[in-house]
Design a protein around this ligand. Structure first.
Ligand code: SF4
Ligand code: SF4
Length: 379
């Protein structure tokens, strides 16, 4: 009988358990057998992205990422860590709030047009490798999609079934600033299990009854005091790696009180309005709805697609555009993300993941733009 079968893994006990890769592989197999679609980090398209995984061999062992404003490169590590990277261009929102969703279908028959909801199977996801900033991003999207006056049924169904296996960061990118946003690098809540990768294996913290049941199924053994101490040290060491900062003191009022500041025009000289920053952002949620007709003229599908406040058409209303230059579109993004989001949802809309900095083709850096505006206003 395994140690896990003899003892009961307690919810909330940090690093109570330890797994080898064999147990992690067993977990992935067990989840698949239970009907979960297991999504995790994998090497593809020259990056570490999220996709379906079938075992430990699909994880990016021995790889890491190097990130700077406007730059992302894979690099080989000098060890074979499974989770020794920061975050890539994907976020979990692509699974909970998909880039394209079929909402409804209208079909013409002998009696006229019939409308019905597009019946899509509800996926049952198990997310492996969720970082602290990404847990914070999910909590923000929960507020947007679930906790307002109008609950989004597509998000609600996917979120209700999702199992979260978090991984504490052991490597920060140069673009990370989660410490400024108080979202990381350590996972605090919102997970079923949280893993820390050390030379001895993967320590396991149980965060829910579902997580405890999984540990009982998979096995493993109790972590000893030395292994727990090492896991704590590994997590603490990452804090020192995070150099980028965003000064959030009075930030909402600074932004909303300077809507006509010349700095917005200066950023607009560099911004391409390409939408990359919004597409990679784990909290951005703008979408639009289109009706797509088949050539026969007998069937029309209503689809929801990700959209962006950087798209010209996104501000079209009442016969005109209200944000017809890049200056106003960049200002809208930044002032909403860091300012009016507080009024709307009770928190910042930024978790400090740094994706918008890395994937901006001209390297516009949200932390530097805020610092520049702050400096110019106080000069
Ligand atoms: S605004 Fe940038 S740093 Fe903040 S959550 Fe979005 S992508 Fe990450
Ligand atoms: S800030 Fe960068 S990523 Fe965002 S729209 Fe402008 S050019 Fe594109």
């Amino acid at each position: 009988m395994t140690a896990a079968a003899q003892e009961s893994p307690g919810t909330g006990t940090a690093d109570g358990w330890i797994w080898s890769r064999h147990e992690l592989d067993a977990l992935i197999g067990h989840l698949a057998a239970e009907g979960y679609e297991v999504i995790g980090p994998t090497l593809d398209q020259g990056a570490i992205v999220y996709g379906p995984i079938r075992g430990v061999n699909d994880l990016p062992a021995g790889w890491t990422d190097r990130q700077e404003p406007g730059l992302y490169r894979l690099a080989q590590r000098d060890d074979d860590q499974l989770f020794g990277y920061a975050v890539g261009p994907h976020s979990w929102k692509r699974y909970l709030f998909p880039p394209l969703t079929r909402l409804s279908i209208a079909e013409r028959n002998e009696t006229g047009w019939q409308m019905r909801r597009a019946e899509e199977p509800i996926p049952r996801y198990a997310f492996l490798g969720v970082r602290a900033c990404e847990l914070a991003a999910m909590a923000i999207q929960d507020r947007v999609f679930l906790q307002g006056a109008h609950v989004d049924p597509v998000y609600a169904e996917r979120r209700a079934h999702a199992l979260i296996i978090a991984v504490h960061c052991t490597e920060a990118a140069a673009t990370c600033f989660c410490t400024s946003m108080q979202t990381g690098p350590e996972c605090q809540s919102g997970f079923d299990l949280a893993l820390t990768e050390t030379a001895a294996g993967l320590t396991v913290t149980v965060g829910s009854d579902r997580g405890a049941a999984l540990v009982r199924q998979v096995g493993g053994r109790s972590a000893n005091p030395g292994e727990r101490a090492t896991a704590r040290e590994v997590r603490q060491a990452v804090v020192g790696q995070i150099q980028r900062q965003l000064d959030t003191d009075g930030l909402r009022d600074l932004l909303l009180g300077n809507l006509e500041h010349p700095h917005w025009a200066e950023v607009a000289q560099r911004c391409l309005s390409c939408t990359n920053c919004t597409q990679v952002c784990p909290t951005c949620f703008c979408s639009s709805v289109a009706e797509v007709a088949e050539l026969s003229g007998d069937k029309v599908t209503r689809e929801r697609n990700w959209d962006s406040c950087f798209n010209l058409d996104f501000s079209y209303m009442n016969g005109g555009l209200i944000r017809n230059d890049i200056r106003s579109r960049y200002r809208q993004w930044l002032t909403h993300k860091l300012g009016s989001w507080h009024d709307q949802f009770g928190s910042s809309g930024c978790v400090g993941c740094g994706r918008c900095i890395t994937w901006c083709p001209v390297g516009i850096d949200i932390t530097q733009e805020v610092a520049a505006l702050r400096q110019e206003v106080s000069a």
